[in-house]
Design a protein around this ligand. Structure first.
Ligand SMILES: *Cc1c(COP(=O)(O)O)cnc(C)c1O
Length: 489
């Protein structure tokens, strides 16, 4: 073992007689486990968890002694307090619900789209038991899992066929692998996107075995650039929606319509990776423009792929729609099996897509759409209500309702600022950073935006149902007594 293991590190420490005495004063794991208080905690908590907590508490005390941070014998009371904290840490689920006060509707770090009530009900009703995941009730035989959503997907997009995989990255990879492995795919240099760090189109391309043929420049690509690049090895022309940035100024991109015409003239596949993919014209409902799946198909794209958990507002998945013959080839790819979705996804997706059969219903019932659509008047109303409740609970603090700009996030509506309403709060006596960290540390963590040393609570992602928890979360954070002195004093 190298010397930097904890044991090696410990062995290198010089143990003075005083340190030795301190270490000897620590109780053993078995002694602590027998302590009345610990036995009490043991009742509701799996024993293995309590043992691990006791071990961690003793290890922590030992490290503090060895590092010279503890020079007095460790009090049993302090040790018990750290056991309690360790038990609490271990019994709290790691994946927790939070309040998203950032205003970013599709926040990838916070799980992107919150599901609709319909989807949640479908999950609650179906997840705990058996279901017809791959069972044809009429025939009493094995069925196919994607059938539950295919008809709805084709109905809402106008596509001939549809299929569902784990996410849009998988959808892209499968499309590339099925049609362009060992061949070339032509893409505009201005559309070679990276999203959230872990998704880079050139890397997906490489993993698929397709050769990337970049054409044009970062800001300008013309149809002639595509045509010049076509050769014997070309399999596909690809259009990618630059979903998290916008190149503005002296720019030119080839529209999917023109690209599809060119592809078909050369018997190539035209693919449109829409990223977010609106299922209907959102501008009709006062939302910013986002290319629609139906529009892309109508413009001639053979295959269109998009995420289930972006604008669509459903569970994480990737949806591919388009020509039946091509979808059949994708489904015949052995890799399809490795990207298939589970019953939880299909339960939630079916309920989500059903709502889309009536756009009016969708804009009201799908939380992502409802949040993006909320007007500043509605948000201001909500903000005033929340500010009132906060001021009543925290009379020493000042909460200002003001307007601001936010973004939809999650690779949707890039560069389209969304006018929003926030509550600005400069906490008394502590920095915004410190307060934000306390808010994250609360029973229900509250995630906020910080600007100019002020906490910003953005009403776009906050609902009246959250207000009670917000008020108690902020109250707890204000009265929080930190054992560490605040850096700002
Ligand atoms: C988000 C996005 C992806 C990746 O989709 P996931 O569902 O997150 O895998 C791919 N392409 C575009 C254009 C995107 O916006």
């Amino acid at each position: 073992m190298p010397d930097d293991t904890p044991t090696g590190h410990r062995a290198r420490q010089r143990t003075t007689p005083q340190v030795k005495t301190l270490l000897q004063s620590l109780p053993s794991v078995s002694v602590l486990l027998e302590h009345e208080q610990v036995r009490e905690w043991c009742q509701g908590t799996p024993r293995a968890m309590v043992v691990a907590a006791v071990q961690a508490a003793i290890d922590g005390a030992r490290t503090a002694i060895l590092n010279g941070e503890t020079v007095e014998p460790v009090e049993l009371e302090d040790l018990l307090a750290s056991v309690e904290w360790e038990v609490y840490e271990r019994s709290t689920p790691s994946l927790r619900s939070v309040i998203n006060a950032t205003g970013i509707v599709l926040h990838t770090g916070l799980g992107r789209a919150p599901l609709s009530d319909g989807a949640v009900e479908a999950l609650a009703a179906g997840a705990g038991g058996y279901c017809t995941l791959e069972y044809d009730l009429a025939k009493g035989k094995r069925g196919r899992r994607n059938t539950h959503v295919v008809d709805h997907l084709t109905a809402v997009t106008g596509a001939e066929a549809a299929t569902v995989v784990n996410n849009n990255a998988a959808a892209t990879l499968l499309i590339l692998k099925t049609f362009a492995e060992d061949r070339e795919v032509v893409v505009s240099r201005g559309q070679l996107i990276e999203i959230g760090g872990s998704y880079r189109l050139p890397d997906i391309m490489k993993a698929s075995g397709a050769a990337l043929r970049e054409v044009g420049t970062t800001n300008r690509t013309r149809i002639a650039d595509f045509e010049h690049a076509i050769n014997d090895r070309t399999a596909m022309l690809m259009h990618v929606h630059p979903s998290n940035f916008r190149v503005i100024g002296f720019t030119e991109e080839v529209a999917i319509e023109e690209l599809a015409q060119l592809a078909h003239r050369y018997h190539l596949v035209a693919v449109d990776d829409l990223g977010s993919g609106a299922l209907f014209d959102l501008t009709a409902y006062g939302m910013p423009e986002e290319p629609s799946v139906r529009g892309s198909l109508a413009a001639g794209a053979d295959l269109v792929c998009f995420s289930g958990d972006k604008l669509l507002g459903g569970p994480q998945c990737g949806i591919i729609v388009g020509k039946r013959s091509l979808i059949e080839r994708i489904e015949a790819n052995p890799l399809m099996r490795t990207y298939r979705v589970g019953k939880l996804t299909l339960l939630a997706l079916e309920a989500t897509i059903r709502a889309y059969l009536d756009p009016e219903e969708a804009v009201n019932r799908i939380p992502t759409l409802a949040m993006i659509r909320a007007t500043t008047d509605e948000l201001a109303d909500r903000a005033r209500k929340l500010a009132e409740q906060l001021e009543a609970a925290l009379p020493d603090e000042k909460f200002l309702v003001c307007s601001d700009v936010g973004f939809a996030g999650g690779g949707s509506m890039p560069g389209r600022e969304l006018q929003t309403v926030i509550i600005r709060w400069r906490p008394e006596g502590v920095s915004a950073e410190t307060m934000a960290s306390r808010l994250r540390d609360g029973e229900i963590p509250i995630i906020v935006r910080i600007r100019d040393n002020a906490i910003c609570l953005d009403l776009r992602t906050l609902h009246e149902a959250d207000f009670e928890m917000l008020v108690s979360g902020l109250s707890a954070a204000v009265s929080y007594e930190d054992t560490e002195p605040d850096a700002e004093g």
